[in-house]
Design a binder for this molecule. Structure first.
Ligand code: PMP
Length: 346
């Protein structure tokens, strides 16, 4: 029998999916690493497990201890799941401008959520800094510190990178993804470059982030924003991202991302969140730059289900000046679902 023993063992080993519409459009193989299939629902399950394991191995986290983190989303969800599986307490600090769904979700998972005023990173009351101070003040607690704890990128060096290399049998020309903490891009990039230095690493950036300019010019200047994407883009270079070889960057506007996500949903059946939309747009851009015949891998970070009230809400999109792409599917007359057939059946 080939079975999995517990929640943490179910993290990773996700399928690599051929994005058929985009592959046909570009003449390249565009492949997506299905991180939305992790048991906590996102790419951040890997980082959550590696950071918690790192604190266990250092002796800082003992049975019955507490994991504290500043996070607005998937990292908190991943940490809350792993804490339940390993019997730790979980305390999450998050800015008070986040959607109700996220707060409710974390509380449902058993985390204690502390909503704090939304202030910039330089402010000492920023949610990440509050999480760090709180963890220090509490006996038996550790701060996961996803942005600057390099156990985060190690997760992707140890697992995501090798999985991609094996699944493509080394036939990979480029890897691209957006970054929040930088863990995914940095870990995968480091692993792939160790296998073959000429695998091209491309950072995908939403608007309102400084990472595109950092890659292009060496200086982290914020681009014009904002963006409705969540969990990606940054104003600073984290310890996870620092010293990572990044060959190029592409910038993706929200409208391109929205169109991509809706087209994948309505024509291919995939239900993705906004960062996945950015990643797929970036993969298409890289494919067009490289020309037909190349293989480009990206990350399918999480599903669309967390974004119902924003990305999948026509009123929200309209208020942001964005237009959802909708399929033209006229109902066939004579079909049992057509208006005529329905009227006749009454
Ligand atoms: N997509 C989503 C939905 C995320 O929550 C995150 C993490 N913030 C990312 C992408 C980026 O991953 P990383 O932190 O590894 O850069």
């Amino acid at each position: 029998m080939r079975t999995i023993g517990d929640f943490t063992e179910a993290i990773g080993n996700t399928p690599l999916i051929r994005m058929s519409r985009l592959s046909e459009l570009t003449g390249c193989e565009i492949l997506g690493k299905a991180e939305f299939l992790n048991p906590g629902g996102s790419v951040k399950d890997r980082a959550a497990l590696w950071m918690i394991r790192d604190h266990e191995q250092s002796g800082a986290l003992k049975p019955g201890g507490t994991v504290v983190e500043g996070t607005a989303g998937n990292t908190g969800i991943g940490i809350a799941h792993v804490c339940n599986a390993r019997d730790y307490n979980c305390i999450i600090f998050m800015p008070d401008n986040q959607s109700r769904e996220k707060v409710d979700m974390l509380r449902t998972l058993g985390a204690e959520v502390r909503e704090v005023p939304t202030v910039p990173y330089r402010d000492p009351m920023n949610y990440q800094k509050q999480a760090g101070r709180f963890a220090e003040s509490l006996t038996g607690a550790v701060w996961a510190n996803q942005f600057d704890n390099i156990a985060n990128r190690q997760a992707h060096f140890d697992s995501t990178g090798p999985e991609i290399w094996q699944q493509t049998e080394g036939q990979i020309d480029a890897f691209t993804c957006a970054t929040g903490t930088g863990g995914t891009l940095a870990g995968v990039s480091r692993y792939l470059k160790e296998q073959r230095e000429d695998v091209k690493i491309v950072l995908a950036d939403p608007m309102g982030s400084a990472l595109y300019s950092w890659v292009k010019t060496g200086s982290a200047e914020m681009s014009r924003g904002p963006s409705i994407t969540e969990g990606i883009g940054n104003s600073r270079i984290t310890d996870n991202l620092a010293d990572t070889v990044v060959d190029d960057a592409v910038q993706i506007a929200d409208q391109e991302m929205v169109t991509m996500v809706y087209q994948e949903l309505h024509t291919e059946g995939w239900f993705f969140g906004s960062s996945t939309g950015i990643n797929l747009c970036a993969a298409v851009k890289v494919a067009k730059q490289l020309g037909p015949g190349h293989t480009i891998v990206t990350i399918l970070c999480d599903s669309g289900s967390k974004y119902q009230s924003r990305l999948f809400n026509d009123d929200f999109l309209a208020a942001k000046g964005l237009t959802p792409w909708k399929p033209q599917r006229p109902l066939k007359t004579g079909s049992r679902f057509s208006t005529k057939a329905l009227a006749a059946s009454r």
